[in-house]
Structures are given as structure tokens and as C-alpha cells.
Design a protein around this ligand. Structure first.
Ligand code: FEO
Length: 164
């Protein structure tokens, strides 16, 4: 059986992952409305990944005999400004999620929940990748500045992203 504290913390993280999914879906819609279909595709895949992160937590909680409790998710913004500022928001959001995962891991340590510690290591590694990929796009957008040809190329490249 999983402890009540661990269960509550995992349920909070399920909410955070689904809120991330919702945020990225809104960003995808914004990009596609502005004809940046490649950026939209990258963000749609990100949406699916976040949903996957939530599902993995939910399945784990069930496996441990816990009770998944779904919480309300706030509406995300619908406008995100420039492409650079939108991807800066992706990066800062991922940094926020990393901090949440680290806090979750600290609950597993305090609870001496060894199974959860092992389970959560996957999320710790995943966050390293999540931050690195967002950071790479931010850096590339900074290099592009107002070069619309290069922006077109980056849009095409991000559009190649497929779900794992
Ligand atoms: Fe599920 Fe992007 O963190």
C-alpha cells in the first residue's frame, strides 16, 4: 500500500502533467492559427508526451493500491506573443515541472518509499531531456532574430517531430 502523503503528492503531479498538456495544446493551436504548422506539430507531440506522463503516474498509483483523484485544471492562456517568448515560456514551464518532480522525489525519500524513488528516477531523467530540447529551440530562435527564411526552415524541422 502507498502512504497517504505519497498518494496526495502523486495526485498533485498528475494534475500538473495534465495542466502542462493543456498549456502545450493551447500553444499548438496558437501556432497553427498563425500558420506555423511545424511549431504546432512539435507542441502537439509535447501535449501527447505530457498526457503520457500523467497516465504513467496514474497507472503507478493504481498498481500500488492507491486512489487516483483528478483535480480541476485552469484554462491556459490563448495568446503567447512572439515565437521566442512562447518557447521561453515552454522552457520556464519545464524548469517549474523539474522543481515539482524534485519535490515529489523528496516526499518519496521522507516516506522511505523505495519503490516510488525508483519509479520517479525516470521522471528526473526525462526532465533533463525536456529542458534541453526547449532550451535548444530558445537558443536557435535567438540566433534567427528577424530572419524569416531561417524561421521557415526551423518550422519545417520542428514539424518532423513524431511521438516516441
Ligand atoms: Fe511532464 Fe514536460 O514534463
Amino acid at each position: 500500500m502507498i502512504s497517504q502523503k505519497m498518494q496526495d503528492a502523486i495526485n498533485n503531479q498528475i494534475q500538473a502533467e495534465l495542466a502542462s498538456a493543456y498549456l502545450y495544446l493551447s500553444m499548438a493551436a496558437y501556432c497553427e492559427k498563425e500558420n506555423m504548422k511545424g511549431f504546432g506539430q512539435w507542441l502537439r507531440v509535447q501535449y501527447q508526451e505530457e498526457t503520457g506522463h500523467a497516465m504513467k503516474l496514474l497507472d503507478y498509483l493504481l498498481e500500488r493500491g492507491g486512489q487516483p483523484l483528478l483535480k480541476a485544471i485552469d484554462a491556459p492562456p490563448a495568446e503567447f506573443g512572439s515565437w521566442l517568448s512562447m518557447f521561453e515560456k515552454v522552457l520556464s514551464h519545464e524548469q517549474h515541472v523539474t522543481a515539482l518532480i524534485h519535490s515529489l522525489y523528496e516526499v518519496a525519500l521522507a516516506e522511505r518509499d523505495y519503490a516510488s524513488q525508483i519509479f520517479l528516477q525516470w521522471y528526473i531523467s526525462e526532465q533533463v531531456e525536456e529542458e534541453a530540447s526547449a532550451s535548444e529551440i530558445v537558443e536557435r530562435l535567438k540566433m534567427l532574430q528577424d530572419n524569416s527564411g531561417a524561421l521557415f526552415y526551423l518550422d519545417k524541422e520542428l514539424g518532423k517531430r513524431k511521438e516516441d
